[in-house]
Design a protein. Structure first.
Length: 262
């Protein structure tokens, strides 16, 4: 299916690694210009080089999105470079383990800036161009908003906010023809996930335990699977889809875990 993304300029925050990189690669494969925005210029450029080596087009802006002024500067750089924005993928963030018992107020607020506030700011600053292009926004979210995880109050709150903003913006931006949707991630295999598993006492055993609870095929979701759904939601092929929160998780959130061993 042709997603009709040829020459579309689409920002992907956190697009240098993991899920974000997977999204940037798929968008470039579909003919879009994937604009990677992230804090590390070297990582960004490495991702750009890989996309270009595969025959795609990409660009990068180094920005620390936890700093509000950097969000504005990043969007301004994209507009200056391309004169348009056709889509925004809010993806950057980190599960930083700011829990309730510690009472870490500064950490809680910092986590909201790392995981939620820049979603709002990037959308706000990109909005004038999205109005012109009747573009689309996709917010990448996490199961933690619905399932909880333990010891991650800030990250869970941020993801609840991401889901709420998705529905709020879908309503607010109807009049401009801008569609807004979210993709919820549960257990997705990324380099960061692999690094985390290796810190555990029995990594292979823990990984088997996790995958046994993923109903569909007892395996982790791939970054490309997240990316494929994201690309569809950004495209004209999903022209009547807005305000939706899609779970690309092998049934992890909504199916009985007992089905994994049925």
């Amino acid at each position: 299916m042709d997603l009709q993304l040829q020459d579309k300029v689409i920002i992907v925050t956190g697009g240098a690694r993991g899920i974000g990189e997977g999204i940037a690669r798929v968008l470039a494969r579909e003919g879009a210009v994937a604009v990677i925005v992230g804090r590390n210029a070297a990582d960004n450029q490495q991702a750009v080089a890989a996309i270009e080596a595969a025959g795609g087009r990409a660009w990068q802006v180094a920005a620390e999105l936890a700093e509000p002024a950097e969000c504005a500067r990043a969007v301004q750089a994209v507009v200056a470079g391309f004169g348009r924005i056709d889509g925004l993928v809010n993806n950057a963030g980190v599960n930083d383990g700011v829990g309730l018992e510690t009472g870490d107020y500064p950490g809680f607020m910092a986590s909201l800036h790392k995981n939620l506030v820049h979603y709002y700011l990037m959308a706000h600053h990109a909005l004038p161009e999205l109005k012109k292009s009747k573009g689309a926004i996709v917010n990448i979210s996490s199961k933690t908003a619905e399932t909880g995880q333990g010891n991650t109050s800030a990250y869970a709150a941020a993801n609840g906010g991401r889901n709420a903003l998705t529905r709020e913006w879908a309503v607010e931006l109807l009049k401009y023809g801008i569609r807004v949707n979210a993709v919820v991630v549960a257990e997705c295999w990324t380099p960061a996930y692999e690094t985390w598993v290796k810190t555990l006492a029995n990594p292979e055993e823990k990984l088997r335990e996790i995958t046994s609870k993923i109903p569909l095929e007892n395996r982790m979701t791939t970054a490309e699977e997240i990316a494929n759904t994201t690309a569809f939601l950004l495209s004209a092929r999903s022209s009547h889809t807005t305000g939706q929160i899609l779970h690309v998780d092998g049934g992890y959130v909504h199916l009985d875990r007992a089905l994994a061993n049925a």
